[in-house]
Write a protein that binds this ligand. Sequence first.
Ligand code: FAD
Length: 393
Amino acid sequence: MSEVVIIGAGVIGTATAHALVQRGITDITILDRDSVGSGGTGKSAGIIRCHYGVTSIAALALCSREFFENAAEIVGTDIGFEQVGYLVGVGADNVEPFRASLANQRSIGVETLEIGHAEVKELWPTAHLDDFATFCLEPGGGYGDGYATAQALATSLRGHGVTIRQGAAVAAIVSDGDKVTGVKLADGEVVPAGTVLVAAGPWSMPLLSPLGIELPIAPAFVQEVVIDPGMDLGAPPVFSDLVSMQYVHMRGGEMLFGNSSGQGSVRPVTDPDVYPNHATNEAIEATAEKAMHRFPGIEDPRVSTTSTGVIDLTPDNNPIISATDYAGLYLAVGMSGHGFKTAPAIGRLTAELILDGETTIPNVKASDFRLSRFAEGDLLVSPYVYKGAMGIR
Ligand SMILES: Cc1cc2nc3c(=O)[nH]c(=O)nc-3n(C[C@H](O)[C@H](O)[C@H](O)COP(=O)(O)OP(=O)(O)OC[C@H]3O[C@@H](n4cnc5c(N)ncnc54)[C@H](O)[C@@H]3O)c2cc1C
């Protein structure tokens, strides 16, 4: 019997276990059908920023950044956080929501500065900037490494006596009336537990339907394109370009591009295990066209590789961190393609929900993330909507 069983050893499952350990709970078993970080976590672009219009999400990102900045001390290993800053550029049509969002971010303690074309030209000298109206720079942002973070958390957890079983697929959640009593593995073994947390990303839905819990989550695959610039670009900030609707950051001297509108690059899939392992030609061509427009100063670029991963989209593009109608059954799912940067705080929020039913994270309302918001029609959306961008800002 474990006090807590966590289904899924991605960054959310491991971060929650870490937060429980910090509260003195170590009788935890994490079960993963594959291995630590093998899901969306290991495919993540790893962008870290607090630039969100939803206050609770911005606050989760801010709280998480403390973890990323101090990870070597907290978990004993470097997790690869490159604090190069996070730059956002918007066109004239988005200046109003942009400034309102910046004011809201600052009101909760996020350092973010509105800067002009000349300053951005110094950061990204190869970029064409004429079609932007204004920019902001969040100096504390940057990018990290999802796989390294989950692995570091897992190593630290093992040191505290937490059991992590890889290759252990959960087939069913076991209940007695309206109380969970454990989980059943694919080979028939039952792992009893007083508390069960589902953190299985886009694979979570079939675990919950037999209990009458229908998660409003759609799996989708995301495509990213890596371009070798053929020159040394140094270590510029992550660039969220909300005119061309793309983001780019450096990784090992190469430029990793993703799409910020969702259009074309985020495609629904019926089975989260069946999706292409490289970007489509359409996505590559669209990225190349946007990249050539934005970076005319790069004379000899070439696509060096592409990658894909699967994410779990909710109707409002925000996570579900929630108790359920079953005593002892909790959810930390539906990260909607932006759950890496908030994972340490989501772990703390989930642990506090399990232990206290509330959270102490400043400026975070635990109820914002309840599952019932979808049935109630009370979606968690930013009041500062960027035209043309996916609703994760
Ligand atoms: C290409 C891509 C780019 C991204 N870029 C960013 C970014 O820049 N910034 C950001 O913040 N976020 C980003 N994300 C999103 C972020 O990586 C995810 O939200 C986060 O990693 C999700 O973590 P998770 O633990 O919820 O899920 P996962 O990492 O998917 O983990 C779920 C785990 O559950 C296990 N599992 C599934 N079913 C079972 C079962 N039945 N029994 C046992 N185990 C099971 C899986 O094997 C898996 O290891 C990106 C995601 C992708 C794919």
